[in-house]
Design a protein around this ligand. Structure first.
Ligand code: G5P
Ligand code: MG
Length: 224
């Protein structure tokens, strides 16, 4: 069996973590895990952690570190036989240190996208809650306005994509992410990608990963 691959994708809200992770998961043999999707699943299922997390997420605030690590680390520890890509975790130095104590990362992708671009994208985002499919009125609109392409069910806007929450999320990102980015740079595993368009960044990420992980034709993948 080939070596298991552990990667993290970081970036501010709206930077394309989810969009790029989906492309990576389609092309390469790894499982995409998203901290935000996981929290939204917990909210939908009314779990104790979900009810608590919602009070932070709706205000555009980060969920406390101990809640995140208690939710996510056991999930990662279970994935002993799969390569994975974690989207949205760690977001703080405390989270990075907790992750560090459970596994060795091979690679970290950091997306660097201008503030104005992020604000615009998030205000145009629509999601299909049941599947997590994400649309954008400009970039990848649904075939029928307001409806999911596969199920035909209605699309919604996330609570935290309301204008006040967007500004709060963007403001917090930079300060908290900087020490995490510095840590991964010092370990020599950080790869930073800058630009305003996902389609222009993607070929660089694709060719970087092609040198490191088997493509989908070589291994069977499993979606989390
Ligand atoms: P999430 O869910 O991790 P965020 O805020 O980090 O949320 P988000 O909003 O999900 O990140 P993204 O995944 O980086 O953004 O971006 P995306 O969804 O792929 O793309 C954004 C939009 O732009 C989409 O509509 C997409 O179609 C479009 N798009 C992509 N590329 C382009 C392009 O080139 N051009 C154009 N025009 N459009 C494009 O976390 C949510 C909350 O959960 C909590 C926090 O409260 C967080 O705010 N949380 C945590 N709290 C503490 N610690 C953690 N580790 C936490 N993780 C989550
Ligand atoms: Mg996302």
């Amino acid at each position: 069996m080939s070596k298991l691959f552990r990667a993290v994708i970081m970036g501010p809200p709206g930077s394309g973590k989810g969009t790029i992770s989906e492309r990576i998961a389609q092309r390469f043999a790894l499982t995409h895990l998203s901290s935000g999707d996981f929290l939204r699943e917990n909210i939908a299922a009314n779990t104790e952690a979900g009810i608590l997390a919602k009070t932070y997420i709706d205000r555009g605030l980060l969920v406390p570190d101990h809640v995140m690590t208690r939710l996510l680390l056991p999930k990662l520890e279970e994935m002993t036989r799969h390569s994975w890509l974690m989207d949205g975790f760690p977001r703080t130095l405390a989270q990075a240190n907790a992750l560090n104590s459970t596994c060795d990362l091979d690679l970290v992708i950091s997306l660097n996208i201008p503030f104005e671009t992020l604000k615009e994208r998030l205000s145009e985002r629509w999601v299909h809650p049941a599947s997590g499919r994400v649309y954008n009125m400009g970039f990848n609109p649904p075939r029928i306005q307001g409806r999911d392409d596969i199920s035909g069910e209605p699309l919604i806007q996330r609570e935290d994509d309301q204008p006040e929450a967007i500004v709060s999320r963007l403001r917090h990102y930079k300060d908290l992410a900087k020490p995490v980015i510095d840590l991964y740079r010092s370990k020599g595993i950080l790869h930073k990608f800058s630009g305003t368009e996902t389609d222009r960044i993607w070929p660089y990420i694709n060719s970087l990963l092609s040198t490191k992980i088997p493509s989908i034709s070589q291994t069977v993948t499993q979606h989390a």
